[in-house]
Design a protein around this ligand. Structure first.
Ligand SMILES: [Zn+2]
Length: 850
């Protein structure tokens, strides 16, 4: 069957819609397979519109009737929408359509999850609910009536009334259709309330399926903390009488910021000490904050078009990172974020899927909800704040909210408020939004007669469609240490603007040791010839916690690289430094846990690739095993004491201090398990009073291939809890040896509880497969084949999740020709699958074209 040529959309083609939407009234008559949606929309033609075409998006809708000002209309309908002749003065459009929520496995528009109705409209799901100008720059107030048998029926805004079989809602704040939401089902609420600083009472609810009520308390507290934090730090208050959160099991994303009715993947809101790990708690707190913060950065001020997605996402990720830093530990949060950035965004930026934070073209916008738009988008805002200073940053934000409230904006609008508030020219800075790729910054140094000179050279490798790059503004935070470990120059931010630039420091008694890119002040790759002795010095003495960790991380990487390339033994100086740090009880346990966490095997593969070698995943795995085993032996006499000292007694609390201690305890346990055959881990599994301890024990045992009994016990205990079972599925694959990984994953896809229609379960298995570096890239190619088989099958049900998971193949050009051939064959097979979705086709084509 021939495929349609996919349509490409370009930023440069933006044209405003030719009509204002003055009001929207929607009536839903809910039934699982034949829901009726009746819309009544008031349109006003814009007199000066360049394009006067009346086009409404609409997909997978059955049009029952259409009227204009009460008269039957005869629109031209295609599978993308409809056009219709309309009056040149304001008019009322009415349409009735039929949709099938029960048959909607793509989880876009109105669908059913566990017998509950719910919606997901971002980015372009509303067009699967009714005919509408489904674009973010069309904003209107919405009034919604829901008719059905469900005990709870919710929509955006404030409740207007409810009775037997109906409920009405009105949202007074104009919003784009992507923020529309409807939920109906058998739900129970965990209530709360918040008083804003101006004294308004806001009713809060977390709605869940009966049985999950006991997992809402943490989320509710996180919501209240977020509301308070946004008032205290940004001066932003909530603006409705009611704020609802609903937990849904089947959801493509993490959560969605629909106005006044946030819909969450249940994994991102439900929490209890028995079923959630410390990492789950921290993530839930951050996501609740993120979606709440969108009320201003996203909802009140939205995006003009989807090319501007990072306007709302970059800023909101930046804000939620600030929140987590304030609630927990700033250095730990920064280190965690950089680990994530390097694991997810750097491969994207340095591979076939590279695109700027503001892309200039797309076929399917769902494919641009990426680490570049989100995480790099947030890094760009962090750099901007560093360049203009804290005071100017908040001054600019205040101006942004005053000037653009109620508007759909662009990156140009955003940068203009900074220029107006600070008088600074941001023309060159804007390149961060338009250029893809991670800049390389080469550093050289010179010292003579008390003057120290640092020279920086920046360049960015070519990316698809962008062969040449201009130099960017790079804020480079630098401090200097004397050879005895004292800081002789505190942190200062050097501004790189040229391709090559030098900075001098005078009056130094001796050649200093530089601490460069403190706090990871810019998302760049630093290239500097340095020694392991200097890294060990910084690990011991740097005053910047990020760079202390970074020095340890670099040491770990160098050791692994030498082991892989030369078959070298683990570096003893590094092992000694690690031992000293781990045994130093004065040091923050969370920091020690981070230093003890090895760089990922994918990270080592990328490093080898950048240095011109072909990474061998099996050798990288073997080096990691040898190193960890050697470390365990070196620490042998200290491990029992460290394990006891880091065991948290008493009732569980998910706070940062306890979590840090438990993280270190988990690292110690995994080392101990290599020496004691799993005795301690088995005891911990038996005695565990919370999921963090239970999970850590099971992971250590499975890794040692001694966890069969505990794995069965875990299954028996938790088989009725979908979220805990996701952990069980993922852990078995994550802990499997390389030659057993694909078979473990294949076996689990045949398990009675494997359900491809549930994105969490699919990701638990296939995400764990792709995340087990040596297992996925095992020379047999079985991992590639299994993932390709699964993606082809899932694409028929859920294109969005399929397309995103294709990114597992994006690094394929790193590997040797045999693996490349195996991957190419699988990508080609996916590309040729019958009826392949537009989403997946775009991703596979981009990856193959590398
Ligand atoms: Zn967001």
């Amino acid at each position: 069957m021939a495929k349609d040529t996919p349509q490409t959309f370009y930023l440069k083609d933006y044209t405003p819609f030719g009509f204002d939407v003055e009001s929207v009234h929607l009536t839903f008559r809910l039934t699982p397979e034949t829901t009726r949606v009746i819309s009544k929309i008031r349109f006003a033609p814009k007199p000066d519109a360049a394009d006067k075409t009346f086009f409404l998006h609409g997909e997978e809708l059955q049009l029952i009737s259409a009227k204009i000002d009460g008269q039957d209309a005869t629109p031209d309908v295609t599978d993308k929408g409809l056009t219709c002749a309309v009056p040149s003065t304001p008019f009322t459009w009415e349409a009735e359509v039929e949709i099938n929520p029960a048959g909607n496995t793509a989880l876009e528009g109105l669908y059913m999850s566990n017998r509950m109705y719910c919606t997901q409209c971002e980015a372009e799901g509303f067009r699967k609910i009714t005919y509408y100008p489904d674009r973010p720059d069309v904003m209107s107030t919405f009034t919604v009536r829901i008719e059905g048998d469900e005990p709870v029926m919710l929509s955006n805004g404030n409740p207007m009334g409810a009775g037997e079989g109906w409920a009405e809602w009105h949202d007074p704040w104009p919003k784009p259709a992507y923020l529309f939401a409807l939920v109906a089902g058998d739900l129970v609420n965990h209530p709360g309330s918040f008083t804003t600083r101006s004294g308004k009472e806001v009713e809060l609810n977390i709605w869940v399926r009966p049985g999950d009520e006991n997992k809402c308390a943490f989320g509710m507290e996180a919501l209240k903390k977020s509301m308070k934090w946004d008032e205290d730090v940004y001066g932003l208050e909530y603006d409705l009488e009611l704020f609802n959160i609903v937990a849904v099991d089947d959801f493509n994303m993490g959560a969605m910021e629909n106005k006044g009715l946030n819909i969450f993947n249940s994994s991102c809101v439900l929490a209890s000490p028995e079923t959630s790990t410390d990492a789950n708690f921290e993530r839930i707190e951050a996501i609740i904050a993120h979606e709440y913060f969108h009320n201003w950065t996203g909802n009140r001020i939205t995006c003009r078009d989807w090319f501007q997605l990072c306007l709302k996402e970059g800023l909101t990720v930046f804000r939620d990172a600030q929140f987590t830093s304030d609630m927990r530990s700033e250095p730990v949060k920064r280190i965690d974020d950089v680990i994530t950035l390097r694991a997810r965004q750097f491969p994207e930026d340095n591979g076939p899927l590279a695109h700027p934070p503001r892309p200039e073209q797309f076929q399917e916008i769902n494919n641009f909800y990426t680490a570049t738009v989100y995480e790099k988008g947030a890094e760009v805002i962090g750099m901007l704040k560093r360049l203009v200073g804290d005071e100017n940053y908040y001054k600019a934000l205040k101006l942004y909210f005053e000037r653009h409230d109620g508007q759909a904006c662009t990156i140009e609008d955003w940068l203009k408020v900074f220029e107006d508030a600070t008088g600074r020219d941001l023309q060159q800075f804007k390149l961060w939004y338009s250029q893809a790729g991670t800049p390389r910054v080469k550093v050289s140094e010179d010292y003579a007669d008390g003057t120290y000179t640092l020279t920086f050279e920046q360049s960015t490798p070519p990316t698809p469609g962008q062969p040449d790059k201009a130099p960017r503004v790079i804020p480079m935070a630098v401090g200097l240490l004397s050879p005895n470990g004292d800081e002789v120059r505190g942190t200062q931010v050097l501004e790189l603007t040229g391709a090559k630039q030098s900075f001098t420091f005078d009056g130094l008694a001796s050649k200093p040791v530089p601490s460069i890119l403190r706090e990871f002040s810019a998302p760049v790759i630093l290239e500097r010839g340095t020694t392991n002795a200097e890294r060990a010095f910084l690990l011991a003495h740097d005053t910047d916690p990020f760079n202390r960790w970074e020095a340890g991380n670099a040491l770990a990487k160098e050791t692994r690289v030498a082991m892989v390339l030369d078959g070298a033994a683990p570096d003893t100086a590094y092992l000694d430094a690690l031992e000293k740090l781990v045994r130093d009880d004065e040091q923050d346990p969370a920091f020690r846990a981070l230093v003890l966490s090895p760089p990922s095997q994918a990270d080592i593969a990328q490093t080898l690739h950048e240095r011109g070698y072909t990474p061998d995943p099996q050798k990288i795995y073997d080096a990691a095993e040898t190193f960890t085993q050697t470390l365990a032996q070196q620490l042998e006499t200290s491990l029992p004491r460290l394990y006891a000292a880091t065991t948290v007694e008493g009732p569980y609390s998910p706070d940062a201090e306890g979590a840090g201690k438990r993280a270190l305890n988990g690292r110690i346990l995994s080392l101990l398990t290599r020496l004691d055959g799993g005795e301690q881990a088995a005891r911990q599994y038996e005695a565990a009073g919370n999921m963090t301890q239970q999970y850590a024990a099971l992971a250590a045992l499975l890794k040692a291939e001694k966890g069969d009994a505990q794995s069965q016990a875990f299954f028996d205990q938790w088989q009725d809890d979908r979220l805990v079972m996701d952990k069980w599925f993922a852990l078995q694959i994550a802990c499997a040896a390389p030659e057993k990984t694909a078979a473990a994953a294949a076996g689990l896809t045949k398990h009675a509880l494997f359900d491809m229609k549930n994105p969490n379960r699919f990701r638990a298995v296939m995400g764990a497969l792709a995340g087990n570096h040596a297992g996925f890239h095992h020379a047999s190619g079985e991992g590639y084949q299994l993932l390709a088989d699964s993606l082809i099958a899932l694409d028929k049900l859920n294109p969005q999740t399929t397309a995103r998971m294709c990114a597992a193949f994006q690094t394929w050009k790193r590997y040797g020709s045999d693996r490349q051939a195996l991957i190419r064959a699988q990508l080609t097979r996916i590309a040729g699958a019958e009826g392949l979705s537009r989403d997946t086709n775009e991703m596979v084509t981009r990856i193959l074209d590398a």
